[in-house]
Design a protein around this ligand. Structure first.
Ligand SMILES: [Ca+2]
Ligand SMILES: [Ca+2]
Length: 644
């Protein structure tokens, strides 16, 4: 019902063959380590869809010193040219990132998340400088340490010329069809340094001061003392950081205006710090304003140790207007694969089994480590285990994020590798490491196979040591088998792949699929098998990506989208557009619009039930103008139908 099989020689079929062939060639090229051009035009969508991206997270000061002249910065005492004092700046800057863009493009990552670029306080606080970028002095200025010496850091004053190193970075990224993710903080400015705290500037003009807070820009409730108290978490201070009073609309106007300035300069996405420390109404207002300003911006937040069984973090993920970093999955992956937890893959399964708590599980940002925890390899330096972990985040639901240096096995294990030792200087740029080549391979497979970026996920086999799953979207499939233990053989495992021979994109080994199954599947110790099959793609002048949430479907039930246009069946339920099951909370479809592209339509969802009458949503149908071309996304919530 979803699609009729294309005729053997249709143009559509040749595109599919191209995608499958391209994955095949990609595997061969990476196996032989020859350069291969990945055609980004081959993306299935454009604009606001972020799920085909692979993120790469850079601590700017610790990546590459591309400009030694700026390294002393405004206060040379904060710079350690020997890179020994972990609390001081080591000289990394935006020129360094520009210098390494070819290296990053070769790795296959498509969106760079940089630690905050705002001007910071130039002082030490408990022996540390603001090398991480989370102690902001002026949200409307670029940190001069990251620009060329003497360059104008004011966003206002360079708005017309757009000639800063930051602008060159954006231009160079976009030239490569890569994206920039700006890390932002709305909760706090800076701590007490040299007796000053919370001094905040608006493009060089002082507008707030914690110790002389005439206009109530800050909360003055002291430190959080009870981490169970939601009011304290939102209103009190974290580690002495001056905490904004979001009830003050002047503050809100300032922070929103500042972030809009950055978006105007070409920032593609926002990563938002410490979101649990501000009320959800603030985030709703904030994201609403950002989308009004730039509808195609992708936003995700950091809710520390969020978990699908934690109601508050789930509420945030579902109702704040932004996606979220997937700490729940991260903790489970680290326990199972880095720390050898007895439960193994069951711990990961336990998190994925709760995906239906989220409205957008496929849009969560997944990771195995970051700047606030020991690197995966500090917990477990086995490169084979790293490969298993990378295989998992690159093929499971969500948008993967690689922490800088992972591809070079970068880690410093002092004090268990915990902060600050998880932020070493990048030391090597070897494009021949196995991890570099492996990430490059899997970013390509992710881009080419929509089942990986958008599809549902089905567990097929699980023990503590072995995890097999299938990603499914329309008739695209990806079968993944992961083994954290010793070599083993599975007598039989369901793959959902078409019968015939399939080549593993990792090992290049061939596997015979019969009745959808592989018999006697041999898995090497710490081995991975990935079999990809790309099916028919939706093509049209305009594609609407409709995501419906909040409908708790049961087996035997399905969702269709009906409306007053031919594409949606002209209100004939039998001709309505069928949606794909993602999980029991989420249904998704790419709907092709040609005849109605550019026109106003009305639509609503309906629930089909075996042995029972269909249930239409109990609303006056939604109205929407279909974009004249391109891809757009709808996120709708089910309005329960009314039984007759
Ligand atoms: Ca420098
Ligand atoms: Ca707060």
């Amino acid at each position: 019902m979803v699609s009729t099989p294309p005729s053997q020689f249709s143009p559509e079929q040749s595109k599919i063959d191209n995608a499958n062939l391209e994955i095949e060639q990609l595997g061969e090229a990476v196996a032989e380590n020859v350069e291969v051009e990945i055609d980004l035009e081959f993306l299935f969508t454009r604009d606001i869809e972020f799920r085909q991206e692979t993120l790469y997270f850079i601590v700017v000061d610790r990546f590459q010193d591309g400009d030694p002249d700026n390294s002393e910065g405004p206060n040379p005492e904060l710079y350690d040219p020997t890179a020994q004092d972990w609390g001081k700046y080591w000289g990394g800057d935006l020129q360094g990132i520009i210098d390494k863009l070819d290296y990053l493009q070769g790795l296959g990552v498509t969106a760079l998340w940089l630690t905050p670029l705002f001007e910071q306080v130039e002082d030490l606080f408990v022996g540390n400088a603001a090398i991480h970028g989370y102690w902001t002095k002026d949200f409307k200025r670029i940190n001069p340490r990251f620009l060329a010496a003497g360059e104008n850091p004011s966003l206002n004053q360079t708005q017309e010329t757009r000639n800063t190193t930051f602008d060159r970075l954006v231009e160079e990224l976009h030239k490569r069809k890569m994206k920039l993710i700006l890390d932002i903080v709305c909760n706090h400015s800076n701590p007490d340094f040299s007796g000053r705290k919370g001094e905040l500037y608006d493009d060089g003009v002082k507008i707030a001061d914690f110790n002389n807070d005439e206009h109530n820009w800050y909360h003055h409730y002291g430190e959080v003392t009870n981490w169970e108290d939601e009011w304290q978490i939102q209103n009190c201070e974290l580690a002495g950081l001056a905490t904004f009073n979001e009830n003050n609309s002047e503050y809100r106007e300032y922070i929103k205006a500042a972030i809009k300035q950055w978006l105007d300069r070409g920032v593609d996405a926002l990563r938002v710090d410490t979101v649990k420390h501000m009320p959800i109404w603030f985030w709703q207002e904030f994201t609403g304003d950002m989308y009004k300003h730039r509808p195609d911006v992708f936003i995700f937040g950091e809710w520390i140790y969020s978990h699908p069984s934690d109601d508050l973090s789930v509420e945030f993920a579902n109702h704040s207007g932004m996606s979220m970093l997937d700490f729940g999955l991260c903790v489970a992956i680290r326990a199972a694969l880095a720390q050898g937890a007895e439960g193994g893959f069951h711990l990961i399964k336990d998190v994925l089994d709760l995906d239906h708590h989220y409205f957008g599980a496929t849009e969560l940002v997944t990771f195995i480590d970051n700047h606030d925890m020991p690197r995966f390899q500090s917990l477990n330096p086995d490169p084979d285990m790293l490969r298993v972990a990378l295989s998992l985040i690159m093929t499971t639901r969500g948008i993967p994020c690689i922490y800088y240096g992972t591809e070079q096995y970068l880690h410093n294990d002092t004090n268990g590798g915990d902060d600050p030792y998880n932020r070493p200087m990048m030391e090597s740029w070897d494009k021949e490491t196995e991890a570099y080549r492996y990430i490059r391979l899997l970013t390509g497979v992710r881009r080419l196979n929509p089942a990986i970026s958008m599809g549902s996920q089905w567990q097929k086999y699980i023990t503590a040591d072995v995890f097999c799953y299938v990603r499914r979207y329309r008739d695209s499939r990806c079968f993944v088998a992961l083994n954290r233990g010793e070599a083993t053989t599975l007598s039989e495992v369901e793959t959902e792949l078409p019968d015939g021979e399939h080549t593993c994109v990792v090992t290049r080994n061939k596997y015979e699929v019969k009745d959808g199954k592989i018999y006697n599947l041999e898995l090497e110790a710490r081995g991975t098998v990935i079999l990809s099959h790309v099916g028919e793609r939706v093509k049209a002048q305009t594609i609407v990506r409709a995501q419906l949430n909040g409908v708790q479907t049961q087996p035997g039930e399905s969702i269709v989208l009906m409306g007053d246009c031919p594409e949606l069946g002209n209100w004939d339920l039998a001709k309505a557009y069928p949606m794909e099951y993602i999980n029991s909370n989420t249904w998704f479809a790419e709907i092709p619009f040609d005849e109605s592209a550019g026109k106003l339509i009305t639509y609503r969802y309906a629930l089909l039930r075996e042995g029972s009458s269909p249930l239409r949503e109990n609303i006056v149908p939604r109205r929407w103008v279909i974009a004249p071309e391109g891809t757009v996304k709808w996120r709708d919530t089910w309005i329960p139908g009314r039984e007759a």
